[in-house]
Write a protein of this length. Structure first.
Length: 323
């Protein structure tokens, strides 16, 4: 096992679930000879490493990281933060880690098929009001950042290609179909079983209509969106949960086509054992360019309205009450 494992994400690949699990399983990590590094870590993730990158505190944090590793040489130490999935952080980590430690560091990156990533990220940023626009506009804004070879290549330059482990974020490739179990296997935590896994609410995907409606509410009111989402999930509201609904099938293929060469470079460099980096079987043949029929869109919009406003009534009665 390496002395240091750096899990760099990326976003929307179960990172938060993995990090929360690791913070809750310190005993099992210890049994497996692992330590979840404290330096630079918030409640669960090491995002402080990215937040403090341009401050005088960054070298101090990195010195504490190195000290933790050197003071416990018999353990494998783990860092995890999806905000490390940038070329800038790759260079910074390589710069501040000693040469001998870099040689014994493994980088783990889960990467998601680009059209699926864009949908997941769009729903996340639109529901909190951080992005005002359509899913198509969001795709145009982010498409240049999804050339995975650039980020992975920068980590390979700093840590060695052989030390970069690339894992497609596809359920069929996970151990027992679960990303937490899969990550534990790559960490050497063979003492973790399915019985140890938490109940999963984080993987529930809100519909595009619900996500967009929450964004409007977030921008226009002081209503707690996180609480609304919890109530919607608890209510199991009809029509509130859909995936694959932000882009039409043809739009998905058009997005995927933009990354064919880059994804092949990633596969050939880091995963030559795979025939394809991602499963594209759902994007073959004649695809619908219209997406969801208009009649169904109306039904789903009504379902979203009911789901959201019932949740407001249950969780924010003071907001809805007349003055």
């Amino acid at each position: 096992m390496p002395k240091l494992i750096i899990h760099i994400g990326s976003q929307k690949t179960g990172s938060t679930s993995i990090q929360t699990f690791l913070t809750q399983q310190s005993d099992k990590m210890a049994e497996a000879g692992l330590s979840y590094i404290k330096a630079g870590r918030g409640p669960a993730a090491h995002n402080k490493l990215a937040f403090k990158r341009d401050t005088e505190q960054f070298p101090k944090i990195m010195n504490r990281v190195v000290a933790e590793v050197e003071n416990n040489p018999d353990k494998t130490h783990v860092i995890s933060a999806e905000m490390l999935f940038t070329t800038r952080m790759a260079r910074s980590l390589a710069e501040y880690l000693p040469d001998d430690l870099r040689a014994e560091t493994q980088i783990i990156a889960y990467i998601r098929r680009q059209d699926k990533f864009l949908e997941a990220m769009y729903k996340q940023v639109v529901k909190t009001g951080r992005f005002k626009g359509t899913a198509q506009q969001y795709a145009q804004k982010r498409e240049a950042a999804l050339m995975y070879s650039k980020i992975l290549g920068t980590y390979a330059e700093g840590f060695g290609t052989e030390n970069v482990k690339v894992l497609p974020y596809e359920r069929s490739q996970f151990l027992e179909g679960d990303v937490i179990l899969d990550m534990c296997a790559h960490l050497g935590m063979t003492n973790v079983t399915r019985d140890d896994l938490p109940e999963k609410f984080s993987n529930i995907t809100l519909s595009r209509e619900v996500s967009e409606m929450l964004g409007l509410i977030s921008n226009a009111t002081d209503i707690n969106i996180a609480e609304l989402i919890r109530v919607i999930i608890r209510n199991n509201a009809e029509g509130a949960f859909y995936s694959g609904d932000s882009y039409s099938p043809l739009e998905r293929r058009e997005i995927a086509d933009k990354y064919v060469e880059d994804n092949e470079l990633v596969r050939a460099t880091y995963r030559p054992d795979l025939e394809h980096l991602f499963d594209l079987s759902d994007l073959s043949g004649d695809l619908d360019s219209a997406g969801i029929p208009a009649e169904e869109q109306v039904i789903r919009l009504r379902q979203a309205q009911i789901a959201v406003f019932e949740a407001i009534g249950q969780s924010h009665t003071s907001v809805c009450a007349p003055s």
